[in-house]
Design a binder for this molecule. Sequence first.
Ligand code: NCD
Length: 328
Amino acid sequence: MRHLLSAGDLDRDEALAILDTAERMHALQDREVKKLPPLRGRTIVNLFFEDSTRTRSSFEIAGKWLSADVINVSAKGSSVSKGESLRDTVLTVAAMGIDALVVRHNASGAVARIAGWVDCRVVNAGDGTHEHPTQALLDAYTLRHRLGGTGDAADLADRHIVIVGDITHSRVARSNVLLLRTLGARVTLVAPPTLLPAGVHCWPCETSWDLDAVLSGKAHGDVDAVMMLRVQRERMSGGQGVAGGPVVGFFPTEREYAIGYGLSPERLDLLGESVPVLHPGPMNRGLEISSAAADGVRSAVLDQVRAGVSVRMAVLYRLLAGADEVTV
Ligand code: NCD
């Protein structure tokens, strides 16, 4: 594996190898001294052209726990705000002798372009509405644990995962569909018709507009896990929307969206006690997810955050140290 640009780049063996490496990395979280030596002397730059809390900080922690030097460059405060082109910015950063670039950009395909310009390793930390492969990996890690397959090489074969919400603007949905299919799971996407992307019928999954029918198991069979997605206001209104701002054009009102597609306390009762509820964060409480769902026993939200560090350690380790076996 030279870069990690798409969840679709991972075959089953590679995906399971990353998840198994992440299992070993996870042990570090319970230690007092959280430091391993394998990336000593390596330099990783987090180049973020979009806002991020958990992705950027977990890549930073992951690199540091592996003893790499990690530098954060955000578009705000960089020469991008002085009019420098993407290529010039990237080549400038890459010329400083770095080993890996972790990039988030608001344009779909930008990270793959960048990988073609530089010699170092490149990890896609989210490109527009396209892909977010490490999110899909940390979701798979969390699902393996919550659904009982915690051992090495456990997979999600024949599990039914339901992904609900703003699929059109979600890079998390696309990466999850690709990875979950590779791991043998069955995926149903649920959204209002306006938030299902054109061409979704070609994706390796089923779709529905009826959340209650799917959650109750009446429409597509028993549900093993539910993943709620954020309504991505900032990608709406032709990209002119802002996070926290009004939603224009995709559904009549937020109240109607919450009634049709929010994970309310009543809908939670349609799920079995052990069915985990995932959300990549940040959450819009009261819109796509109720506090009862976000904070209840089924919620895997903070497990996902913890898994994020371990999975990103595994990805950086495999890209930069290149070995399969880890001694923790
Ligand atoms: C996701 C993202 O940025 O694509 N969040 C994340 O990485 N934790 C999903 C989102 O922003 O809704």
